[in-house]
Design a protein around this ligand. Structure first.
Ligand code: MG
Length: 372
């Protein structure tokens, strides 16, 4: 029986991972669970799966969790991300934000298999994570695009190019004046049901930019393009040296890539919604004038050093400001571009460097727009 810890178990990916475990109780045992602050949700999940090792990142929720799960071993703060994974073989890292980097580095140090759904760890700390991977541990991607590339690469030695697919988000095919987009409009995605931060990233198409950076580290290539594919049925392509192209397709459901990361290399049995064939699919060229975010990500990859960490930090701060209604939608990507142009370029040699860059960039942006 595979022992699994889920970090971020009350979020969208966390809950879908629990769905898979729920329908495969003979295969998986949950040995650790953590979340940010939803103590009662965490306690309910722990009770359902008889999990006795729990972590809550918010210190002020510790007492509430203690009252709800008196028999469990409890951790809070940074320990909520690390100590809960000690008994697991596979750790699903589904927390949002830079805290994911700490968890990934710890899991790899402990030789764990990481099913990675946290974007920031690879986007901001890709070089540090890649260095750590040389000493142990494994990363399996959970994101639908990266899982698709990973599936296409099974049995292959070399490839020429990766082409990620992008739905375009809620505004690609509308005449909406992007300046007037509200947080409510931005968090409504046509095909995927996701958290707020990733939904806004999807609307600006920064999500594709972040995924291009992740792909650079996961598959060790800079030969990465993307196409607009509004149906979200083909999850990505890989082109090979003889001109052959492989694609992975399915009904859009995150539980497929999550399950594949848990069952790898098996495509295990699952209750799924079949694709109804025949179906017509569209693949369109990106509009980088209207949505320049992926272009910025490619520029950050080419600059190297701290550029991707700067991009990630500035984007996260700008998305928060947008959700707080302090800046218009179109300022998100403009703030990222300004940060990339103004931050001094340097190399990142440790995780501390990554966090230092992240905090410095965000402090500057918050100072300017929140006046703190
Ligand atoms: Mg994705």
């Amino acid at each position: 029986m595979k022992k699994i810890a889920i970090l971020g178990c009350t979020g969208s990916i966390g809950r879908q991972t629990l769905d898979i475990v729920r329908s495969n109780q003979d295969k998986y045992k949950i040995t650790g669970l953590s979340c940010g602050s939803r103590a009662s949700d965490l306690a309910a999940v722990a009770h359902e799966f008889s999990c006795k090792k729990l972590g809550i990142a918010a210190d002020d929720k510790y007492a509430e969790l203690k009252g709800l799960a008196p028999d469990a071993e409890l951790f809070c703060g940074d320990d909520a991300l690390t100590a809960v994974m000690d008994d697991a073989d596979t750790v699903v890292i589904a927390v949002v934000g830079m805290i994911g980097l700490k968890a990934v580095l710890y899991a790899l140090k402990m030789g764990k298999t990481v099913a990675l759904a946290n974007k920031e760890s690879l986007v901001a700390g890709g070089s540090i994570v890649t260095e750590r991977l040389k000493h142990g541990g494994t990363i399996y991607p959970v994101d639908s695009e990266h899982s698709a590339v990973w599936q296409c690469l099974q049995g292959e030695k070399h490839f020429k190019r990766i082409v990620l697919t992008a739905s375009g988000g809620p505004f690609y095919f509308t005449d909406t004046d992007l300046h007037d987009v509200t947080p409510e409009q931005a968090v409504k995605h046509p095909n995927w049901n996701m958290g707020k931060k990733i939904s806004v990233d999807s609307a600006t198409m920064m999500n594709k930019g972040l995924e291009i950076i992740e792909a650079r580290w996961l598959f060790n290539t800079t030969s990465i393009d993307y196409v607009i594919h509004p149906e979200s049925v083909v999850h990505s392509f890989v082109e090979f040296n003889d001109g052959s192209i492989k694609a992975q397709a399915s009904f859009p459901d995150m539980r497929l890539p999550i399950q594949y990361a848990l069952c790898y290399p098996e495509h295990a049995e699952r209750n799924y919604t079949p694709l109804k064939l025949p179906l017509s699919l569209n693949f369109l060229p990106p509009d980088e004038t209207k949505f320049p975010a992926p272009k910025l990500a490619k520029q950050a990859i080419a600059s190297g050093g701290n550029s991707c960490a700067v991009l990630n930090a500035a984007n996260e701060a700008a998305v928060s400001l947008f959700l707080e209604r302090k800046i218009p939608f179109t300022d998100i990507v403009r703030i990222v571009e300004d940060a990339l142009n103004s931050e001094p370029h340097c190399d990142l040699t440790s995780a501390d460097d990554v966090f230092e860059t992240h905090n410095r960039v965000q402090k500057k942006i918050y100072c300017k727009y929140r006046g703190q």
